[in-house]
Design a protein around this ligand. Structure first.
Ligand SMILES: *[C@@H]1O[C@H](CO)[C@@H](O)[C@H](O)[C@H]1NC(C)=O
Ligand SMILES: *[C@@H]1O[C@H](CO)[C@@H](O)[C@H](O)[C@H]1NC(C)=O
Ligand SMILES: *[C@@H]1O[C@H](CO)[C@@H](O)[C@H](O)[C@H]1NC(C)=O
Ligand SMILES: *[C@@H]1O[C@H](CO)[C@@H](O)[C@H](O)[C@H]1NC(C)=O
Ligand SMILES: *[C@@H]1O[C@H](CO)[C@@H](O)[C@H](O)[C@H]1NC(C)=O
Ligand SMILES: *[C@@H]1O[C@H](CO)[C@@H](O)[C@H](O)[C@H]1NC(C)=O
Ligand SMILES: *[C@@H]1O[C@H](CO)[C@@H](O)[C@H](O)[C@H]1NC(C)=O
Ligand SMILES: *[C@@H]1O[C@H](CO)[C@@H](O)[C@H](O)[C@H]1NC(C)=O
Ligand SMILES: *[C@@H]1O[C@H](CO)[C@@H](O)[C@H](O)[C@H]1NC(C)=O
Ligand SMILES: *[C@@H]1O[C@H](CO)[C@@H](O)[C@H](O)[C@H]1NC(C)=O
Ligand SMILES: *[C@@H]1O[C@H](CO)[C@@H](O)[C@H](O)[C@H]1NC(C)=O
Ligand SMILES: *[C@@H]1O[C@H](CO)[C@@H](O)[C@H](O)[C@H]1NC(C)=O
Length: 607
């Protein structure tokens, strides 16, 4: 979403950052656009250049690379290895294959190194010792009466966990004779440092500014010695692990779909450092360290200037996603924070004479709990809040996504529509010959960069962008209005949709005949011709298609016949009102006015 700090909308004009990743989605600071390098060798000429580059670049190899070399020995460098680095400065290699060095890296500040062995306060009083794995998440939380996990209430800043409650249907095994023939995965990047300018960062600045002027007592005493030590933007170690683990998981799930005939598949990400690296760690998990023999990365240039079309960061090509028209969620989040953080703010104020502790500060240190945990393994900020306040935090992020990036935002559908069109094109086996949404025709009108014959498609994107993609598909299951005054039961729970390392798996399933909508039917397979279904799985739980697309019909397994699904989706581009939503000069509508992810249609288009 927007990367604007939510504080920007706060009445107190504090610049807090909201929960989300929003920032992430839209890098608040300078966006990173870099391009990546090459991975696939096209020709022997390129290969030769690569070797030269390789020799020249040995010293600057990155860690992953180094460990590979250490294991393999420089002498046995193979083509794949050379491949990864090549391209870099070779003008013969198209820029969308260049991963190293990054051409548009953006901010990539590294934070302090963790020292959990020294900083970990575990074991905690009255709990048995549980070793950290690798993060320390056993921190005692007031009001947590049933052993729930506050680290799963961090919205988009939660480190990866499978959706624990599902989306309303159970999971089923495949009927006999059915086969999965295609997988389209869309993954979020892994855990990262905050975006520069985020609320967490601003709290660090305010704290530093107050050194010598404020005293902290009681449970805030640690702040007398604390300093802000996080980096910016790039993956933290557990973020790399999340993507590696996801690659391993996907190999177990879908390894059979890799057509091992020596041809490489294309996987897609963006030039931003954490995006490129997330794709690389995933592919290393899926294929192993020699993954460059099996896959080639195509990188879309990611840059907030909007000069480059990018379906994996679609907000960059959507003007109204980056102005006040799409900040309803930010504003409503600030409103909700004033409610659920009133107690905490009062508590902390009493413990910090001279600091002038605000609601925004309380909000920012909640996000610091999440960031420090993934960066250092443990954070003192986590234990400062009650369980109820953590539920409030999750809800604040849910509101933010709803209002900035989903059905309560006028650009909710527009931002995600380009990617939706790419998925539909793949399913219908055609390239995209004309600009539509955010697509880059140069890349998508070419089967070298937009292949149609793969069984496995791996794409990488951002949290708020994936939220908008779900909105552009029309997942109205998540369209509920979330009041900024109290928590109501709701389905749009960001930590279940877009935690770090989130993954949407879209399966295409062929069955010998139609599968009964009731999984208790005997026989399960009815009479009729072979049938093809589509099955959406988000964070390892089925998204029931009938809940959002009634034409799919109620089914226990949540599948939809592919032809029905494609028919429903044939209207998705028009429904997104892409041009008007993104470029139209329409009024700002306050949070709650918009309900369908598009602007109100009672205005004349005056883009
Ligand atoms: C984005 O593009 C602008 C204009 O070309 C450039 O100045 C800026 O450095 C780019 N940002 C990143 C993060 O690459
Ligand atoms: C108990 O745990 C569930 C989640 O598993 C949570 O929804 C519920 O609010 C918790 N109740 C209390 C009293 O903590
Ligand atoms: C901290 O102080 C610097 C330098 O005076 C100032 O620019 C900045 O706005 C202050 N930041 C905060 C959050 O108080
Ligand atoms: C990757 O490609 C190499 C070279 O073709 C092959 O030996 C290897 O089996 C492939 N990896 C997987 C997981 O299929
Ligand atoms: C399309 O992609 C190509 C390859 O990355 C790039 O050179 C070109 O600038 C892109 N154009 C737009 C409008 O994004
Ligand atoms: C959110 O609040 C800001 C600051 O008051 C305002 O400029 C913006 O128009 C508001 N956005 C919406 C959608 O209400
Ligand atoms: C705030 O304190 C009141 C009174 O103790 C309590 O009823 C309420 O649940 C607290 N709210 C939160 C979000 O902790
Ligand atoms: C902080 O504590 C020191 C020593 O206890 C005291 O001299 C100073 O006045 C206090 N400052 C504030 C702002 O309370
Ligand atoms: C405390 O912060 C608020 C919000 O930034 C500001 O309006 C107020 O003037 C500050 N109070 C003091 C005593 O600094
Ligand atoms: C798409 O590719 C076809 C075949 O290469 C070419 O004829 C056509 O001009 C391309 N369209 C665009 C918009 O680039
Ligand atoms: C980029 O997208 C815009 C808007 O859809 C379109 O006008 C332009 O032709 C696209 N450029 C490329 C290279 O696809
Ligand atoms: C459009 O409809 C909304 C909601 O009914 C209303 O608030 C707004 O004033 C209308 N805009 C125009 C230009 O009529």
């Amino acid at each position: 979403m927007n990367d604007k700090p939510w504080g920007a909308g706060m009445p107190t004009k504090v610049a807090a950052v909201p929960a989300g990743d929003e920032e992430e989605a839209v890098p608040f600071v300078a966006p990173a656009a870099r391009q990546n390098s090459p991975r696939r060798s096209w020709t022997t000429t390129v290969f030769g250049i690569q070797i030269l580059l390789f020799l020249g670049a040995v010293i600057s190899f990155t860690m992953l690379y180094k460990s590979f070399l250490a294991a393999a020995g420089v002498a046995c460098v193979n083509a794949a290895v050379v491949d990864r680095r090549q391209g870099s400065s070779s003008s013969d290699v198209p820029n969308y294959y260049q991963t190293v060095p990054e051409q548009f890296p953006g901010p990539t500040a590294t934070g302090a190194a963790p020292f959990l062995a020294e900083t970990n306060p575990a074991p905690f009083a009255s709990t048995s010792y549980i070793p950290n794995t690798p993060l320390e998440t056993q921190v005692p939380i007031s009001g947590n009466t049933n052993n729930s996990n506050i680290y799963q209430l961090h919205g988009q800043l939660s480190h990866y966990f499978p959706n624990p409650i599902g989306f309303g249907v159970n999971e089923y095994s495949l009927p006999a004779g059915a086969e999965i023939v295609e997988l389209n995965m869309l993954s979020r990047h892994g855990s990262r440092y905050p975006t520069t300018g985020s609320g967490a960062f601003l709290f660090g600045q305010k704290h530093a500014n107050m050194t010598g002027k404020a005293n902290f007592t009681g449970e805030l005493s640690f702040l007398n010695a604390w300093t802000y030590q996080l980096g910016a933007e790039i993956l933290v170690p557990v973020g790399k692990q999340e993507l590696f683990d996801s690659g391993v998981l996907h190999y177990y799930q879908y390894g059979h779909l890799y057509n091992n005939n020596g041809s490489k598949i294309i996987a897609r990400s963006t030039t931003q450092d954490r995006m490129t690296q997330s794709a690389e760690y995933f592919l290393a998990g899926f294929f192993g360290l020699t993954w460059t023999e099996n896959a080639t990365l195509v990188l879309q240039i990611e840059n907030t200037t909007g000069v480059w079309n990018n379906t994996l960061a679609g907000y960059d090509n959507c003007k109204n996603a980056n102005n006040g028209r799409s900040t309803g969620g930010t504003n409503a989040t600030a409103e909700w924070a004033a409610v659920y953080l009133a107690n905490a703010t009062e508590r902390f104020q009493a413990l910090s004479p001279g600091f002038n502790w605000t609601v925004t500060d309380s909000y920012n240190v909640q996000s610091l709990c999440a960031y420090e945990t993934v960066a250092f393994g443990f954070s003192y900020f986590c234990g400062l809040f009650t369980y109820e306040e953590w539920e409030g935090y999750e809800y604040s992020v849910d509101i933010s996504f709803a209002g900035n990036n989903a059905f309560q935002s006028p650009t909710g559908r527009g931002v995600g529509i380009g990617y939706v069109q790419e998925v539909l094109a793949r399913l219908q086996k055609h390239v995209l010959t004309e600009p539509i949404g955010q697509i880059n025709v140069t890349l998508d009108n070419n089967t070298q960069t937009f292949p149609l014959n793969q069984s496995l498609y791996f794409d990488f994107s951002h949290d708020t962008n994936i939220m908008s993609i779900l909105t552009a598909f029309g997942f109205t299951q998540f369209d509920q209005y979330l009041p900024p005054t109290e928590i109501v039961p709701h389905d749009l729970i960001v930590s279940h949709l877009e935690p770090f390392g989130a993954r949407l798996d879209i399966e295409i399933i062929n069955t010998p005949s139609p599968v009964n909508a009731s999984r208790s039917a005997v026989p399960l397979l009815g009479d009729g011709p072979p049938t093809t279904y589509i099955h959406f799985i988000l964070n390892q739980r089925t998204l029931p298609l009938y809940k959002s697309f009634p034409a799919c019909g109620v089914r226990d397994d949540g599948w939809c016949e592919l032809t029905t699904f494609l028919e429903v989706q044939s209207a998705s581009y028009e429904e997104s009102q892409y041009d008007y939503a993104c470029n139209g000069n329409y009024s700002v509508y306050s949070y709650g006015t918009i309900t369908n992810g598009v602007p109100l249609t009672n205005e004349t288009f005056t883009a």
